[in-house]
Design a protein around this ligand. Sequence first.
Ligand SMILES: *Cc1c(COP(=O)(O)O)cnc(C)c1O
Length: 400
Amino acid sequence: MRWFYRCPGCGAEYAIEPGRYLCDVCAAGQKPNQPLEGVLECAWEGNYSGGPDEVPLPVAEKYLPPLPVGATPLWEPHRLREETGFPHLFFKDDTCEPTGSFKDRASYLVAGFAREHGITEIALASTGNAASSMSGIGAAAGLKITVFLPKKAPVAKRVQVLQYGATLKEVDGTYDVAFDQSLAYSAETGVLSRNTAYNPLTIEGKKTVSFEIVRDLARAREHEAKRAGRLGELAHKDYVCPDHVFVPVGDGVIIAGVFKGFEDLVKLGRIQKVPTIWACQAEGSSALARAMESGVFGDPVPSDTIADSISVDVPRNGAHALAKLRKHNGRAVVVSDAQILDAQKELASGAGLFAEPSSSAAWAGFRKASSMLRADETIVVLLTGSGLKDVAGAMKGLGL
Ligand SMILES: *Cc1c(COP(=O)(O)O)cnc(C)c1O
């Protein structure tokens, strides 16, 4: 199996090696205040001989850090199934990743890459979760982590960074300012950047969730048949593809990773086609949804939403995510802060799953889009961060 980076824009290929981030040709066309140009994808050719639970990755397994990332639970929320009338509704619960968010899938692969190449320090900008994630995974892996974090990031995420022993550089400004400062730091020091989308491994690491979903659904199907006493009638399947996946979107890296996972699964012959992926955005941070309508990313609109993890002015991976949504007939759905807070309460009180506002946007997105779905379809909602990460946000939903 040969691994390399490929530019989805112009098709140029590059070696996967330290110092390589963007496509030289396409990045030259970068415009100010626009999504990154020249974001690269990991690509592979040749035969893959891994077992049914294995995921092809561009980093050798022995370098991946010693902590349990991924293999998160798939929930069958019986009460919410009944209430919504969707008997094949599932939650993929990434709130229980080691540091409490989906970002661990990306940090894990980036940390593995660093170890493989003898790199000892990683720097990044973050709205909060990427910072706490890289700090925690870095602690397990023995790496020095430097994070650039806006001062207004939720306190729990800041405290996590410090508890994990990372170096915290507080930024007096937005995530966009932090992004630029962290890139300047990496350029000066030569330290590996884990900036989301900029480092292609952040996208690749997130694809693992799609591989888990198709296996989890196959097991859930057998489990259900067994409970109903009909296991004998069921033809065994190694993989079951959902019809719809709801994903909260800020920078557009998670959703691109989800797409990449399903594309790889099709390439491997494990499933037939990529499911319908829904980009769920907050009204106050909806650049990607707007671009889906108009075809272009306009001037940035200052973001304003309770859901801090999906609050971005310029979605770094916007252009790449938009191309994927177009290619696979993905959809967008936009929800208000009030709908997000209602959704958070509904998830917690109706299923026992306490998710942060950004993840609750995925549930709110499903609720809003559900009139367009058939009741017999299989639906997975991706819940990406723990509610305990932003207690102040959750308090607003309770009127406290
Ligand atoms: C980062 C994050 C998102 C959004 O992911 P993007 O790649 O920025 O679109 C959603 N939910 C949580 C909890 C996150 O931390």
